[in-house]
Write a protein that binds this ligand. Structure first.
Ligand SMILES: Cc1cc2nc3c(=O)[nH]c(=O)nc-3n(C[C@H](O)[C@H](O)[C@H](O)COP(=O)(O)OP(=O)(O)OC[C@H]3O[C@@H](n4cnc5c(N)ncnc54)[C@H](O)[C@@H]3O)c2cc1C
Length: 480
């Protein structure tokens, strides 16, 4: 490639989104990726037996389907095909044939399953649903901005600022609504009593009603594959097998965008980083980690409640009180009765396993960096709601928090969100600034999920960082 305008370190969703945005503006862009494959947290491999395709990282993609940039780009033309199961998610509440509660696509149908809390559910989500695109536009970027939808954002802010626990105590009485809400809140990985956890809970539910919780046919890898193909079409390139560890390794270019940890950014900035900036980034906090389990099964999971088969995503957690206890433990020790987040893609996508056999994807939370093995507790929890599950296991692969971190430094200590989603770190990500993608060193930007809006597959950290670089260094304010 002739002289570069921009280098992007890392090919996660944010690195690729940054590269595409820069290339769409006509810049010559190169992406450098440490692994011999692209995609960061969106990666699919045969992790157990031949023919079983497992998502190493992300499995379910409401944020990707709703992402303003993914919606705008022609990723479908480059091979990305979404599968949208009948229901976004099911929560297993108690053992037995009638023990689950479902987040349905429709607000009405969900409300029907929540008894007397159905009315509250509709009152909480109806107005937000009416302007969900406006709301997403305002929250998938740094929060200190003039909002495009001030009334919707104000409503969301009032309901999202408290802890998920407080909102449930205030609004919901039925075990169904409380359990469903708790299972959504547990995606934050933080104790449910943490202020601000209600915000992420509401976003996930809202997306379930607005766009569903789909996943790519064939595996999460289809997302970066389509993004790379689009980037190539725009003239950009990705080079794999290059781990950037010092600024001296970077090719000459006007801007560098780093889809990695604040720690790597500081390494690349070296003595050029002022003390105050270095100190702020060194204080950046990570949330709990995860231990991950991938199974090759000889048959579908034998849920005692057959309704659990209607969704690809299953929250295995029991009652509101049980999930609260399990998630409260995350910062100190692994819960003896853990909340397990699971995905059963092959019920809807036969291309991922040999005929009649299935993959099963699951993880559970534990303290950041913990090497405790919680497999027995996790499998006992699955068995509680699906008796006979263990007998179907043909092979399993366990991935520890340390292995997650070794895979991507963005997910320090196994924190899949790239930094704790506390109220404070919604503003200070990774430092308190109006435009936190910009660093004190001209031409250097951070674009990973350790910037706003944080974790998940949506590409918005990369997109926002690229817009900042385009404006700062190239005077480009709008991309055609
Ligand atoms: C087990 C698991 C399950 C998840 N489930 C979901 C889910 O279902 N839905 C969802 O939306 N999100 C999910 N996530 C979260 C999601 O994967 C992350 O939030 C997202 O991938 C973060 O994107 P990123 O671009 O910031 O970083 P990453 O995806 O981590 O990408 C960073 C990339 O940069 C590369 N890199 C870093 N440093 C260097 C360097 N020095 N030199 C060269 N290359 C470098 C890394 O190798 C990596 O490829 C999950 C994550 C995990 C691990």
């Amino acid at each position: 490639m002739s002289k570069l305008d921009a280098v992007v370190v890392g090919s996660g969703p944010n690195g690729l989104a940054a590269a595409i945005t820069l290339a769409r503006a006509g810049l010559r862009v190169q992406v450098l990726e440490a692994h011999d494959h692209i995609g960061g947290g969106m990666t699919t491999h045969e992790m157990t037996l031949p023919g079983f395709k497992h998502d190493f990282g992300s499995a379910i993609h409401p944020l990707a389907v709703a992402s303003p940039v993914f919606r705008q780009w022609p990723l479908h033309a480059f091979g990305l095909d979404w599968i949208d199961p009948e229901a976004p998610a099911v929560h297993t509440m108690r053992a037995g044939s009638n023990g689950s509660v479902t987040l349905e696509r429709s607000l009405e149908a969900t409300a029907e399953g929540l008894g007397r809390d159905g009315k509250t559910w509709k009152a909480l989500f109806g107005p937000l649903l009416a302007d969900w695109e406006g709301l997403l536009h305002d929250i998938l970027r740094p929060l200190i901005r003039i909002p495009g939808s001030p009334f919707t954002l104000a409503r969301f802010g009032i309901q999202g600022l408290p802890s998920a626990h407080a909102v449930a105590e205030l609004l919901f009485q039925t075990p169904e609504a409380r359990a469903l809400w708790a299972g959504m809140a547990a995606h934050t990985t933080l104790p449910l009593t943490t202020p601000g956890t209600s915000a992420m809970t509401m976003v996930l539910i809202l997306l379930g009603h607005a766009v569903g919780w789909p996943f790519p046919r064939g595996g999460a890898q289809a997302i970066p594959d389509a993004m790379q193909a689009y980037l190539k079409f725009l003239g950009g390139e990705v080079i794999t097998g290059v781990r950037v560890e010092s600024a001296a390794q970077l090719p000459e270019a006007r801007v560098t965008l780093v889809d990695s940890s604040p720690g790597l950014l500081l390494k690349l900035l070296g003595s050029r980083a002022p003390h105050s900036y270095r100190a702020a980034l060194e204080r950046y906090q990570y949330g709990p980690g995860i231990q991950k389990f991938d199974y090759a099964l000889s048959g579908p999971v034998p849920w005692s409640d057959p309704r659990v088969r209607r969704a690809a995503t299953v929250h295995i957690g029991g009652t509101f009180e049980e999930v609260t206890r399990s998630e409260a433990a995350n910062t100190k020790f692994a819960s003896p009765s853990p909340y397990v987040l699971a995905a059963q893609h092959t019920l809807f996508d036969a291309s991922r396993a040999p005929a009649g056999q299935h993959t099963f994807w699951a993880y559970s939370h534990l303290p950041n960096g913990s090497n405790q093995d919680i497999r027995p507790q996790v499998e006992a929890q699955i068995e509680r709601f699906a008796p006979g599950f263990s007998r179907l296991i043909m092979q399993r692969t366990v991935t520890t928090a340390a292995q997650i971190q070794a895979f991507s430094p963005v997910m320090m200590g196994g924190d899949v969100n790239g930094g704790a989603g506390t109220l404070w770190q919604l503003l200070k990500r990774p430092n308190l600034a109006l435009t936190p993608y910009r660093t004190p060193v001209r031409g250097m930007y951070l674009c990973s999920s350790s910037t706003p809006p944080g974790g998940g597959i949506h590409g918005m950290c990369g997109y926002n960082a690229a817009l900042t670089a385009l404006k700062d260094e190239f005077g480009i304010k709008e991309i055609p």
